[in-house]
Design a protein around this ligand. Structure first.
Ligand code: GLN
Length: 209
């Protein structure tokens, strides 16, 4: 509930976690700070994980982030919270962490019914930017940044495909789990973050009543 001066009390803000071991943490934080009812929280410990209403798994290097999750004993509690319904959004490496199948590799959190191909677009020099309209997310076209990006080779029927480019799936959703091959945090467009924050808002309302 907004106060008379228009500010939102800290305890009423939506607490959006960013897994903060490695990768594009600051960039997500900067975009989350454009919403005055959101408080970004860096998650590196069990107690910080417990504070958040939803979590972003950022881009970076999926193998490194996965190792650090285990070293810091966060892998199991994070998996449990996601299974209990907490919204999660994996961008790029984060998408790889969520996948149940990774081509030629052992999966990490193994939660989402998607099969993923790492570095599917090639190396760093094959990184690219494009703009697309994603009906579920916004009315306008939004910029999409791909950096050594994976794509989703196939999904099971429980998964909703949000965007395909040239026959490859690059955004998908399964219940409380959102996954994108690209990096909305590296643009100045906050529509995708707005969409994820709404997923968290719905989850919070459902749990409250
Ligand atoms: N290539 C990275 C991986 O496989 C992901 C790249 C990114 O997150 N931008 O983990």
């Amino acid at each position: 509930m907004p106060r008379e001066d228009g500010k939102i009390k800290m305890e009423n803000k939506i607490k959006v976690g960013i897994l903060s071991f490695q990768g594009s943490v600051e960039e997500h934080k900067k975009i989350l700070n454009t919403f005055n009812d959101v408080e970004p929280i860096e998650v590196k410990t069990f107690s910080s994980l417990n504070k958040v209403d939803g979590i972003i798994l950022p881009g970076g290097e999926s193998t490194t982030i996965s190792k650090l999750l285990k070293i810091f004993n966060l892998s199991v509690p994070l998996k449990e919270r996601i299974k209990s319904g907490m919204p999660v959004w994996g961008t790029c490496a984060g998408l790889i962490l969520l996948a149940k199948n990774i081509e030629k590799e052992t999966p990490h959190l193994a939660l989402m019914d998607i099969s993923v191909k790492r570095n599917a677009y090639g190396t760093q020099i094959n990184s690219f930017v494009t703009t697309k309209k994603i009906d579920e997310v916004s009315k306008e076209k939004i910029p999409l940044v791909f950096i050594r990006a994976p794509w989703i080779e196939s999904v099971e029927s429980k998964v909703k495909i949000l965007l395909e480019i040239n026959g490859h799936i690059v955004a998908a959703k399964q219940k409380n789990m959102l996954a994108t091959s690209f990096h909305p945090e590296l643009t100045d467009n906050n529509e995708f973050h707005k969409y994820f924050i709404n997923m968290i808002r719905e989850y919070k309302n459902k749990n409250f009543f």
